[in-house]
Design a protein around this ligand. Structure first.
Ligand SMILES: NC(=O)c1ccc[n+]([C@@H]2O[C@H](COP(=O)([O-])OP(=O)(O)OC[C@H]3O[C@@H](n4cnc5c(N)ncnc54)[C@H](OP(=O)(O)O)[C@@H]3O)[C@@H](O)[C@H]2O)c1
Length: 316
């Protein structure tokens, strides 16, 4: 099968199209013949070594297609069904990918593999975050990187789940316009130094995905005593530069949204929920563009240029 491998961390040019044997389904796994493969900044960070992975490896986290084989302990009736899923690490930039069955969900009739990949994991994470936030009616929320995949789905969901005022951040004007169209009342350009000064001091819930130095300014903008920060990403490549004393002085709560327990809920509960929402139109998939699998390096250049809005999807 054709697969995109990484032998050493580096720029997009380290992505190499290779011929490999098809993977076998291990215990608890299914093998999926991919029809659509997701590309995100996470894999760019894995490729670059910001989120190091054991090498050499077939890069890639998320794919959708048809189950062609099941491993020990998996219902053989799954063969032939359409699913989307994540590998739990690497292996998705290929014609066939092995995935834990627990990290897959059936794709309902009427939802394409491309839409399932565009909205699946990002939408499920956004749903997980919105449930975790347990918004009280009318609360003010901040969605950082509101034109990112997860950020965009958070904006689609926030009002429905009880948010009052919605602030978002985004880069170029086109991205800021998108964040407004998805429901943000105020959109701040997060490329400007000191952008957190525009937040005021009454953010009830901040969905923190940028990390780095700006996170302290976000803590300082939380509603004293009740404000909470849900930390789920570090687009800047750096962990939030905050200390326990930043929380102490504000009476703020920091909620970590990653790790095995988090992903168990995201994939067993929220993944099917997002597909049900796609099927009945409550959630809209945001597809940026599709490219052939062989153009994975170009896909990474585009992700890193921050010029594409919506998910980049590779087609094997
Ligand atoms: N914890 C979890 O369960 C979980 C799951 C999935 C993803 N994540 C994390 O969630 C974050 C978003 O993931 P995604 O797939 O939605 O990302 P994505 O769509 O690939 O994000 C791309 C966007 O992020 C923004 N961005 C990139 N670098 C940035 C920087 N240095 N500072 C601020 N914004 C920057 C850019 O927006 P502009 O062009 O508007 O600047 C870019 O368009 C990532 O950090 C990822 O690791 C967490």
């Amino acid at each position: 099968m054709r697969a995109i491998m990484v032998h050493e961390h580096g720029g997009p040019e380290v992505l190499t199209l290779t011929d490999l044997p098809e993977p076998e389904a291990g215990p608890g796994q299914v093998v999926v013949r991919a029809e659509a493969i997701g590309v995100s900044v996470v894999e760019a960070h894995m490729r670059a070594g910001i989120l190091p992975i054991p090498l050499p490896a077939v890069l890639g986290v998320e794919a959708a297609g048809q189950v062609v084989a099941v491993g020990e302990g998996v219902d053989p009736a799954l063969v032939g069904t359409a699913v989307a899923g994540v590998t739990g690490g690497a292996g998705a930039y290929a014609e066939f990918a092995a995935m834990p069955v627990a990290m897959t969900a059936p794709i309902p009739a009427g939802v394409s593999a491309v839409d399932a990949v565009a909205a699946g994991a990002a939408g499920a994470v956004a749903l997980g975050l919105i449930h975790k936030a347990a918004l009280r009616g009318g609360e003010t929320v901040l969605v950082e990187a509101g034109a990112s995949n997860v950020g965009g789905y958070l904006l689609q969901l926030a009002r429905e789940f009880g948010a009052g005022r919605i602030l978002a951040t985004a880069g170029a004007e086109g991205k800021r316009e998108l964040a407004r169209s998805l429901g943000a009342d105020v959109v701040i350009d997060h490329r400007q130094d000191g952008w957190t000064a525009e937040l005021g001091d009454a953010i009830d819930v901040a969905f923190e995905s940028i990390g780095g130095a700006s996170a302290r300014g976000v803590i300082e903008a939380l509603t004293p005593g009740t404000g909470r920060m849900l930390y789920y990403g570090r687009l800047s490549g750096e962990a939030p530069a905050i200390t326990p004393d930043d929380l102490l002085g504000r009476g703020a709560t920091l909620v970590g949204c990653s790790g095995p327990a988090w992903f168990a809920e995201v994939f067993t509960v929220r993944y099917p929920e997002v597909f049900a929402r796609l099927a009945d139109g409550r959630t809209k998939a945001a597809v940026g563009l599709t490219l052939p699998l062989a153009d994975a390096a170009e896909a990474h250049r585009l992700v890193e240029s921050r010029g594409v809005t919506g998910k980049i999807v590779l087609i094997p």
